[in-house]
Design a protein around this ligand. Sequence first.
Ligand SMILES: CC(C)C[C@H](N)C(=O)N[C@@H](CCOc1cc(O)cc2c1C(=O)N[C@@H]2C)C(=O)O
Ligand code: MG
Length: 325
Amino acid sequence: MAQLVVTPERFPIRGSFTIARGSKSEAAVVLVELHEDGLVGRGECVPYARYGESVEDVAAALTALAAPVAAGMGREKLSSLLPPGAARNAIDCAFWDLEAKRTGTPAYELAGLPAPQPAITAFTISLDTPEAMAEAARASGHELLKLKLGTDGDPERIAAVRAATPGTRLIVDANEGWTAANLASNLAACADAGIELVEQPLPAAEDALLAYTARPVPVCADESAHGLDSLPQLVGRYDALNIKLDKTGGLTEALALARAARAAGLDIMVGCMVATSLAMAPAMLLAPLARFVDLDGPLLLARDREPSLRYEGSVVYPPEPALWG
Ligand SMILES: CC(C)C[C@H](N)C(=O)N[C@@H](CCOc1cc(O)cc2c1C(=O)N[C@@H]2C)C(=O)O
Ligand SMILES: [Mg+2]
């Protein structure tokens, strides 16, 4: 029977990171370890205030599972005990890792997935002035950039980055910062600049408008997409959804959501919060199902876990078993 250990941790961000909702200077994560017969399964999550989560509440919800876990409770019970969200993510991924270690079978095989392959990840450019974003984009040298937008002057930011990086693939993320009044003009600016995807333009509560708006660039749900239950209301409004394990409550529901979304004709982005390689590793298993991979969390950190995922230029490599899975 496994012993559950829950540890809140902080990892400093290199400089700071700004989106439409505010700035961050550190990643606040919760680590879950499941110790059994000398083996340790691990998972990591990022509680997000936007979804009503805090480090304290998530750690408490996980600690409350110590007794049932010690009594033999397994991964299959989690969806009846925790909502889709950060707490379930950390323990779900820890169960997958423990099972992989106990059976000697890689997690991708346990999940019925192909072996994950190296993938091009997006690299995020923090929200700033048009000049500063253009310079950060040019200096990054990455093949696929995700521009954080969501405030006045976004067409100028888009135009400045496009002029500075003519050959670079671009996606943008408004983090709910656009409005009914500027949606059409901002989407037109994206189309003019050859932007490949626009993530969460409107506040989640205003999604209905998207069904009646021309979408000259594919539009991807992020803050509107959570677990499987959220899928029906995205169809007809969005062209893609950003699957993050912190929103689905781990790999188990992420897989079900990815398969259901593809069956409904939606493209998939596999995304992340600002977190370490341990949080990215299970998400790498979804990369073969995804049109866009956005697993750059560790690239923004001043310090990562050891061992970490391997990043070379724009390419992220599948995890080694010593990290996860
Ligand atoms: C390193 C990147 C930020 C990761 C990824 N490319 C990305 O864009 N992810 C999210 C951004 C969410 O990040 C936030 C926003 C926020 O207001 C507060 C936090 C975080 C986070 O990761 N940790 C704290 C809680 C996206 O919108 O797609
Ligand atoms: Mg987003």
